[in-house]
Design a protein around this ligand. Structure first.
Ligand code: 8YV
Length: 321
């Protein structure tokens, strides 16, 4: 029976599914040496939120498949995995809608100051009818600029156009005719998106090309009344530049679910800014979706190990080897 390493806890039924097909060795990834030794003695692995470096795979000659419980795969050196003949699978579809919901919760919470004002009420500050000091910004009818119109970006566009009557601008490596037809989305250059959008939403994967995609210059190109929404990866934004921009009013506010360092350090200036909504990377984090992701990743791994995986593959070229 093949052996796999699980470096993230799995729902009981998903673990049971895996154990019907493979021997499962559960490890604590914080015990680095034991984790690396287990990878060296395994045919496959399943987990998330832990960087797997080429050095950790030295000597893992049996390893044929890794299955991440995530849509993002920036924790892996994909070219190195391909060189080693290791299939990398991910869970792109099952989390799309829940993550798009998180994006819209950030849009509404940052525009209408939900977190700030809920805390204000809890602090006993609500002593009379509210006035302009508590007013927020409208979302409905405004312009949303989606940087990266893939699965999640498309689901955000649907919510924006059909749910909130928003004008949708987007950038993407390729055109998205479905979104253009269904939601009136308009493909523009990043400079135009930044200049025209009331909400700039980052929905790109983290790659060399998207690292610090939004820096000081891009923030200055945004409207002063604009809100930056990031539920992609923290490193797509120059966080120091964002802090500066929020401090000096270059942009109005930010709704953030991801950060350069996670967990966000307690002394981060972002945590003391009333115009920042900070969430702990809850993108896909619902009971239903995280269970679906774990099951999807387990099914991907079993199929990869028996050579029948045909979808959810990050590095398809490895199949041609
Ligand atoms: C998960 C994510 O939070 O899918 C991703 O890329 O960032 C999230 O859905 C995380 O990776 C743990 O599964």
């Amino acid at each position: 029976m093949k052996k796999i390493v699980a470096w993230k806890s799995l729902p009981e039924d998903v673990l049971g599914f895996l154990q019907q097909h493979v021997q499962v060795v559960q490890v604590d990834p914080s015990q680095h040496d034991a984790f690396v030794a287990a990878l060296r003695d395994a045919d496959g692995g399943i987990g998330a939120s832990v960087t797997i470096t080429p050095a950790m795979l030295e000597g893992a000659s049996r390893l044929k498949a890794l299955s991440t419980i995530s849509v993002g795969y920036d924790q892996f050196d994909v070219d190195d995995l391909t060189r080693r003949g290791i299939v990398l699978a991910h869970t792109p579809d099952v989390l799309t809608e829940s993550t798009a919901d998180t994006v819209f919760s950030l849009i509404l919470a940052s525009a209408r100051r939900v977190v700030e004002l809920a805390d204000w009420v809890k602090a006993g500050q609500w002593r009379a009818s509210i006035g302009p000091a508590q007013f927020g910004l409208d979302v409905q009818g405004k312009t949303i600029g989606i940087v990266g119109l893939g699965r999640i970006g498309g689901a955000v566009a649907r919510r924006a156009a059909l749910g909130f009557n928003m004008k949708v601008l987007y950038t993407n490596r390729s055109a998205n005719p479905k979104a253009e037809q269904a939601y009136g989305a308009r493909r523009v250059e990043l400079a135009d998106l930044l200049a025209q959008s009331d909400f700039v939403c980052l929905q790109v994967p983290l790659t060399q090309a998207t690292r610090h995609l939004i820096g000081a210059a891009e923030l200055r190109a945004m409207k002063k009344s604009a809100i930056l929404i990031n539920a992609s990866r923290g490193a797509t934004v120059d966080e120091a530049a964002l802090i500066e921009a929020l401090r000096n009013g270059t942009i109005h506010a930010a709704g953030l679910d991801v950060f350069d360092t996670e967990p966000l350090p307690a002394d981060s200036p972002l945590l003391s800014m009333p115009n920042v909504v900070a969430l702990p990377h809850i993108g896909s984090a619902t009971h239903e979706t995280r269970h679906a992701m774990a099951l999807n990743a387990a099914e991907n791994l079993v199929a990869a190990l028996d050579g029948t995986l045909t979808m959810n593959i990050v590095n398809r070229e490895v199949l041609a080897q």
